[in-house]
Write a protein that binds this ligand. Structure first.
Ligand SMILES: Nc1ncnc2c1ncn2[C@@H]1O[C@H](COP(=O)(O)OP(=O)(O)O)[C@@H](O)[C@H]1O
Ligand SMILES: [Mg+2]
Length: 647
């Protein structure tokens, strides 16, 4: 028989296969090629808007294709759902940027700059947009056409001469923007005698690896970075063939700006590049062209998405000349999340793609949440907040109900500096990874994890001593205000998991004993099958929980029996709900009985078989129902016992 885990695994495979099938059905990408004449006849009339759209419009269409509108007409973007957590505000602003740019707003003429602390998801956000473009270009609605062989895969509509563009607009209802590139102009003359209707056109598919519609530029060494990396240079091997350095066919069109044409250009660590790069890029976004050596301006339509971290940004801002450049950028902050649940999801994601040695280590159910709580504390505003306020604010950020808390929306907002500094998800994951490698363990508890983080902080030379002390205090706070609460709750629940049934059994027993006592008869013990006297000690033990005195016990028992008889006559079952006082008594009786199990855990004497049995039942519940493994369940029981001793 398949185990639960195997079943889940094969179910997962099944659903993955189904999603692959769905993917191919949604992506029936048909290649098309033909002359411009055929293109204008067969392709353009079906969707002139789609053919003529700009890169910003294309991005926006892609984002819309990846999302959906809810019943209130609000757009929900799904592109980032499975990969980015807790930075919804930044994502919304990116989506808004594309919406506005697609509608023709002036923001489309400014460079989009993502600004945030390291390892905060900026690159991931850009990668998801790139993957989205690739996928979208495989769909019918995402079809892109280009002049075949064009180094910037430019729109075939660029071939339509200016003198005919007005009548094109009247015919198809769309405006043609852009100029033919020097390379295609030269081919048109040399290969087609200027007959543009014969120029070959094809459907293209956006591909980063294929350098089609996506370009990426990362400065290796900013001091030696050459503008040619972006815009290409003369290809000396071809100069001989074409006889002239100024021949566009002798130009090496390998620059990232050409690859990115029709789609997007990712500029990594943009503020590290020389200022001339920046001017070129700002002109490219604003004017949609670049100027290289002997060519006329080259028209390029692409979306530039740049990212940088805060340290670099501050350095950049120190030079006053740079300030003016800011007007030509749209800056979107991508801070760390302040929601510890989202933060824990990030860890979960990073772990699930880590090496097996890491992935297969068992973490107790609060390990990642406790680490996340700590990480968020390091990111919060360092005011003169008291610790209690900090824990409270942290819970509000995680949308938890906090008593006495009145303004949910406003108080959930970030203070300006919050989330821009502090510990990154990477730091936490590295700390865990080190702990696992060093100790070669198969199971980590929350305490192990907090200790691993403490180790990482203390051994990190980049953190100054004052901050180290403060962060270690935060670890203590995360444990005190969060972990302790969570683990106690688990153990408590595990002690009481079959409370309803156990309580009912106990109530039945109480009633049997009381009836026998009142009738002055013996009881047939179901286990030993022997006659015995009613268990007065048991009855008193229950009754004492609600302070029934020796002299008052008789009338209390008579009243209980009367109520039980009444229920019986009405055909009802006598339950805890039938008698509030008894309800209380039995609840307390059970709880204290169970607390004894916890005392057994800590008792120095070697536990007897019965005690061991009781403990193992609770451990098993922690494992079966609350996500512990046997090691961490035992640790949790020990931990809670120690906590209780301190209370
Ligand atoms: N908010 C987040 N949600 C999900 N994953 C995140 C988030 N922030 C960072 N990560 C993960 O952390 C790692 C580093 O993020 P990255 O995108 O490279 O950051 P950046 O480019 O801002 O330095 C990546 O694996 C990324 O998936
Ligand atoms: Mg990055």
């Amino acid at each position: 028989m398949a185990t639960q885990a195997e079943l889940n695994h094969s179910e997962r495979q099944e659903s993955f296969l189904q999603s692959l099938v769905a993917f191919t059905q949604n992506h029936r990408a048909e290649y098309w090629s033909g002359s411009l004449a055929q293109f204008l006849k067969d392709v353009v009339p079906a969707d002139p808007q789609g053919v003529a759209r700009s890169s910003h419009q294309y991005m926006w269409d892609m984002i819309r294709w990846m999302g959906e509108e809810d019943e209130n007409g609000n757009f929900r973007c799904k592109l980032f759902d499975q990969e980015l957590f807790g930075i919804d505000e930044s994502i919304d602003r990116v989506v808004d940027y594309f919406k506005a740019a697609a509608a023709g707003s002036e923001v489309g003429r400014r460079l989009l700059l993502l600004l945030g602390p390291p390892s905060g998801g900026k690159s991931t956000l850009v990668i998801l947009l790139k993957r989205g473009l690739e996928e979208y270009s495989m769909t019918n609605s995402g079809a892109v056409y280009a002049i075949q062989g064009c180094p910037v895969h430019e729109s075939p509509l660029h071939l339509v001469p200016h003198s005919l563009r007005a009548s094109f607009r009247d015919t198809y209802g769309v405006e043609i923007k852009g100029e033919i590139c020097p390379h295609c102009r030269s081919r048109l003359e040399h290969e087609h005698d200027g007959d543009f209707m014969k120029m070959p056109v094809e459907r293209i598919f956006i591909s980063e690896a294929g350098r089609v519609g996506i370009g990426t530029y990362a400065p290796h060494d900013p001091t030696t970075a050459d503008l040619a990396d972006l815009v290409g240079s003369v290809d000396l091997s071809k100069v001989a063939e074409f006889g002239d350095e100024g021949d566009p066919r002798a130009w090496s069109w390998s620059g990232a700006v050409y690859a990115a044409s029709r789609g997007m250009l990712e500029m990594i660590e943009i503020l590290k590049v020389k200022r001339e790069f920046l001017y070129l890029l700002l002109t490219l976004t604003q004017e949609k062209n670049v100027k290289v050596s002997r060519f006329p301006l080259i028209y390029l339509d692409e979306t530039i998405l740049a990212h940088t971290n805060l340290a670099e940004f501050r350095r950049f801002m120190q030079e006053s000349e740079n300030e003016a450049l800011l007007d030509r950028m749209v800056i979107i902050q991508v801070p760390y999340t302040l929601n510890y649940r989202d933060e824990a999801r990030i860890y979960q994601k990073l772990i699930s793609s880590a090496a097996p040695a890491f992935r297969e280590v068992h973490l107790d159910p609060h390990a990642l949440h406790a680490a996340a709580v700590f990480a968020i504390m390091t990111r919060m505003h360092e005011g003169d907040d008291k610790e209690a306020d900090m824990s409270r604010k942290l819970r509000i950020h995680a949308r938890e109900d906090v008593e006495g808390h009145v303004e949910p929306e406003r108080s959930r907002q970030r203070a300006p500096e919050e989330g821009l500094a502090g510990i990154s998800p990477r730091f936490v994951i590295n700390a865990l990874s080190n702990a696992i490698i060093q100790s070669n363990v198969k199971s980590l508890t929350t305490m192990d994890v907090l200790l691993a983080i403490k180790d990482a902080i203390e051994n990190d030379a980049r953190i100054d001593p004052k901050k180290k002390r403060k962060w270690v205090d935060y670890l203590v706070l995360a444990r005190k205000d969060f972990y302790n609460r969570w683990v106690k709750e688990d153990v408590h629940k595990a002690l009481f998991v079959s409370f309803e049934q156990e309580a009912q059994d106990l109530l039945d027993k109480y009633l049997d004993e009381v009836e026998a006592m009142l009738d002055n008869r013996h009881i047939n013990d179901p286990i030993t099958n022997e006659e015995r006297r009613p268990d007065e000690r048991f009855l008193r033990a229950v009754e004492e929980k609600i302070h029934i005195s020796e002299s008052g016990k008789q009338s209390f028992r008579q009243e209980v029996v009367r109520k039980a008889m009444g229920a019986f006559k009405r055909g009802e079952k006598f339950t805890l709900d039938s008698h509030a006082q008894l309800h209380n008594a039995i609840q307390q009786y059970l709880f204290e009985q169970r607390r004894d199990v916890l005392r057994l855990v800590s008792s120095s004497a070697r536990p007897d078989d019965e005690a061991r049995q009781k403990i193992s039942v609770v451990e098993k519940r922690l494992v079966d129902e609350y996500g512990y493994d046997s090691h961490s369940a035992r640790e949790a029981l020990n931990y809670v016992t120690t906590l209780m001793a301190q209370e």
